[in-house]
Write a protein that binds this ligand. Structure first.
Ligand code: MV4
Length: 588
């Protein structure tokens, strides 16, 4: 019997799990980093403990700190959410070694499914085929060429210990194979510390369909329903839905039974998701996710099953509360991930900052799983998911119409979000007619005309202006939009940042004279950490010269002088944390 659950996560999923526990009368323990001291999940839980540290590595990925909170709180179970430790066998074993229940699958199943080759072998052994490919690590490019000759081009070279498409290379012909294999292995080594790769036939226009399963510790495993996650951009899911459109019931049942076979083959229990590629009426095993997924609510809305409650139930040793025949699916659900990213021009640039006001839509069939309230800060240190908007309708057209209404009603001031891009996707005829595939967003959908959301305002109603800041990431230059209170922008124009577009056009209209001279009070345009100071008091500097480097949004941003002159003050040193609008250098 589980009586107190520690949620080893943050944001919307921590809030989601806390709510399920509270409905079951189970006490909740939240953990939080220094930046999340006032976060929604810490406020909602019955108890909340500091982990210390700012970054995920210092806090939510600090095993010892979490084990210490288990001791102090007396939690008898841990829910990992997704991401962080959710698929970490060492963490799961550390928890169970203390006699505490890990609300998730057995570590052995996590291990089998963590390696894309061993997961393929497990699926093949269960009689579930992956895309035709090799089940041994490649030892030479000749194997790739031989495979392409036998199965046809293009082929896909994939990282065995990879995920999310990183390390994947599509090879159109034998001539391209040597460079592709070298590149795939190099990226796999950099990204995952392992360079083993394998090869498959490449599906050119697949749908990404995943099957939710859940099992108890008495050998019962059921398939709950599928989700279509094809609307993705750079392997980041944007829109998920259930049921999959144009998906025949016999295929659904066959895919469900295949997913159950894969789960049973690795002794799986608790919630899990088996991913497939679907093309030309055939489905192929892709991989298995041994965690609760972000998009689980679409399955909950069409089945009425609370998957988190069921996870807790089976983790405590109870049997599933339903059989396969009990599961009925009704209507259509769509999930929209609301990320703190600015989709303007299709660039999806990170847009961390303070949420001045958030007013989620309401009404029939509208669910908001959010991790933030008005006044909360979306930090550059964590995933930028603000929350998920999940809509239910009696059929897909109704669900699409409801989703568009809700997105247009959604009010978020203070940060830019992906909402404008989501509207563009939902309005597109390809989406309505389900002609999209995993490549549609990047190859067909035109987001170049997407603008940011309306100019935000601060709590006091002051307009925020968008500042374009030049940043450099891995040697490549980007312009990032940052929203700052107009007064801060006027008082301390962040050197290196351009003024509002109209001002910038005026200055460049004067023969490229560059931005007008600033005040000399060089401010940073966003929260971050100073990593380099490039000047000292007394130095002569030119307007536009880099004076310090700010790490924010996992990028290095050059902060530049807004006027020529002499450095009068240096107010920061490497390692200092600074907030949006803080003056770091003064030039006279
Ligand atoms: C593929 C594929 C087409 N053919 N394999 C991308 C990430 C990883 N989960 C596997 N992925 C793919 N593997 C073959 N043989 C297309 C993809 C793919 C994809 C798959 C699922 C969801 C989104 C995707 C986006 C691009 C490519």
């Amino acid at each position: 019997m589980i009586t107190k659950v520690l949620i080893a996560n943050r944001g919307e999923i921590a809030v989601r799990v806390i709510r399920a526990c509270q409905e079951l009368g189970i006490a909740t323990v939240a953990v939080y980093s220094d930046l999340d001291r006032d976060a929604l999940h810490a406020r909602l839980a019955d108890e909340a403990y500091a982990l210390g540290g700012q970054t995920a590595a210092e806090s939510y990925l600090n095993t010892d700190a979490i084990l210490d909170v288990i001791e102090r709180s007396g939690a008898d179970a841990v829910h990992p959410g997704y991401g962080f430790f959710s698929e970490n066998t060492d963490f799961a074993r550390a928890i169970t070694a203390k006699g505490v229940t890990f609300i998730g699958p057995p570590p052995e199943a996590i291990e089998v499914m963590g390696d894309k080759v061993s997961s393929r072998i497990a699926a093949e052994n269960a009689g579930v085929s992956g895309v035709p490919g090799t089940t041994q690590f490649l030892t030479s490019v000749d194997e790739v060429i031989a495979f392409g000759a036998a199965h046809g081009w293009p082929v896909a070279i994939k990282a065995a210990f990879g995920g999310g498409g990183r390390g994947m290379r599509v090879v159109e012909s034998a001539e391209d194979a040597p460079a592709a294999l070298e590149s795939a292995m190099s990226e796999a080594l950099k990204g995952f510390g392992r360079d083993e790769c394998y090869v498959e036939r490449y599906l050119t226009w697949p749908r990404h369909i995943e099957m939710q399963i859940i099992g108890d510790q008495h050998g019962n495993v059921v398939w709950v329903g599928e989700r279509d996650c094809s609307a993705q951009r750079r392997h980041q899911k944007l829109v998920e839905e259930s049921p999959a459109p144009d998906f025949p019931d016999d295929i659904r049942r066959a895919m469900g039974e295949a997913a159950v076979k894969v789960a049973k083959a690795c002794g799986y229990y608790n919630a899990g998701t088996v991913e497939f590629l679907y093309q030309d009426g055939q489905f192929y095993f892709l991989e298995m996710n041994t965690r609760l997924q972000v998009e689980h609510p679409v399955t909950e809305l069409v089945t009425g099953i609370d998957l988190v409650a069921e996870q807790i139930r089976v983790a405590s040793g109870e049997p599933l509360s339903f059989t396969q025949d009990d599961i009925e699916r009704r209507g259509h659900a769509i999930e929209i991930r609301i990320n703190a990213e600015d989709p303007a021009g299709g660039r999806f640039l990170p847009s961390p900052g303070k949420i001045d006001k958030i007013v989620p839509p309401q009404g029939f069939g509208v669910r908001w799983d959010g991790g933030y309230e008005s006044g909360d800060e979306v930090s550059q240190f964590y995933d930028n998911l603000v929350g998920k908007l999940i809509l239910w309708g009696k059929d897909r057209p109704t669900a699409i119409a409801r989703t568009l209404r809700a997105l247009r009603e959604f009010r978020i001031d203070g940060i830019a979000t992906t909402i404008p891009a989501d509207i563009a996707i939902l309005e597109h005829p390809d989406f309505a007619s389900a002609r999209h595939s995993t490549r549609w967003v990047e190859t067909t959908l035109d987001l170049s005309g997407v603008a940011s959301a309306a100019a935000p305002v601060t709590d006091e109603g002051e307009e925020k202006v968008k500042r374009e800041v030049d940043v450099e990431v891995n040697g490549r230059r980007f312009s990032v939009n940052v929203w700052v209170p107009a007064s801060a922008a006027a008082a301390a124009p962040a050197a290196g940042a351009k003024g509002p577009a109209r001002a910038r056009r005026a200055s460049s209209g004067s023969g490229g004279a560059g931005a007008a001279a600033g005040s000399g009070a060089v401010a940073v345009p966003m929260q971050g950490t100073i990593v380099k100071v490039l000047v000292a008091v007394g130095d002569a500097v030119e307007s536009g010269q880099a004076v310090c480097v700010l790490e924010a949004m996992k990028m290095e941003n050059q902060i530049t002088a807004d006027k020529s002159g002499t450095v009068k003050e240096v107010r920061v040193a490497p390692g200092d944390s600074v907030g949006s609008g803080d003056v770091v250098i003064v030039i006279e």
